[in-house]
Design a protein around this ligand. Structure first.
Ligand code: PXP
Length: 238
């Protein structure tokens, strides 16, 4: 069964525009859990623009399903991950000026620090995932650096899907997933996914889970969060 991870960052963004407490991302995460989501994903950014440190502590206390902690590879974040012990840590590139994560990690600039932090977290039983482009040599490098999972960046596929030019990118993703799986990595996918562009990816056997944020939060405004989770789970074959 393919798994559904729900990214709750956008709920925190909405809360933060009024500098208050509503809507509460933890309350939404609890509803997602109740409705059948398989994990909750959040990105604690260096500038704390959406998720805050207290949200991370509250998620740890209140959520029973797995947590996927997205972060830049910094000592501050890795120390917090060791305290929180999420099921998955996903290392992502992070730029202050970007609206959202714009692409995968460039492992050609991969540092000793990334490798060491990966080992530290894996040794503690945490699944360490790298958010990367669907590219064979990057996947091989992720494996060599000790990652136990990869999350394939689907942003380009999602853009091309809008203009019906996604076939080549879809094949690229399928090949990348095959390669990652053959190396023994868990394979996740995420960015820009929605109910329209998801079904073609669901047919890729080696893809185990999907990380979806913006579309789920948007759909929830119309259909309610529980119905929305049901729709996405059904799309994944539940
Ligand atoms: N995966 C990663 C690594 C991300 O950075 C994001 C965006 O926060 C997502 C998945 C979810 O993307 P979207 O909000 O477009 O569904």
């Amino acid at each position: 069964m393919k798994k559904l991870g729900v990214n709750i960052d956008h709920v925190a963004t909405l809360r933060n525009v009024r500098l208050g407490k509503a809507p509460d991302p933890i309350a939404l995460a609890l509803l997602c859990e109740k409705a059948g989501a398989d994990n909750i994903t959040f990105h604690l950014r260096e500038d704390r623009r959406h998720i805050k440190d207290q949200d991370v502590l509250n998620l740890k206390e209140k959520i029973s399903i797995g947590l996927n902690f997205e972060m830049a590879c910094t000592n501050e974040m890795v120390q917090l991950a060791q305290k929180i012990q999420p099921e998955v840590v996903t290392f992502v590139p992070e730029k202050r000026e970007e609206l959202t994560t714009e692409g995968g990690l460039d492992l050609s600039f991969a540092t000793k620090e990334l490798q060491e932090n990966t080992r530290t977290l894996v040794d503690q039983g945490i699944d360490v995932s790298y958010f990367i482009e669907p590219d064979g040599s990057t996947i091989l490098q992720a494996k060599e650096m000790g990652a136990t999972s990869v999350e394939i960046h689907t942003g380009r596929y999602a853009h091309l899907f809008e203009v019906h030019q996604h076939q080549e990118e879809l094949e690229k993703i399928a090949t990348a997933c095959e390669k990652a799986s053959s190396l023994g990595l868990h394979v996740h996918a995420g960015h820009g996914l929605n109910l329209a562009n998801l079904p073609l990816l669901v047919s890729i056997e080696t893809l185990g889970s999907f990380q979806i944020g913006h579309a789920i939060v948007s759909d929830a405004l119309i259909h309610g969060i529980e119905n929305t989770i049901t729709l996405y789970k059904r799309c994944l074959g539940a």
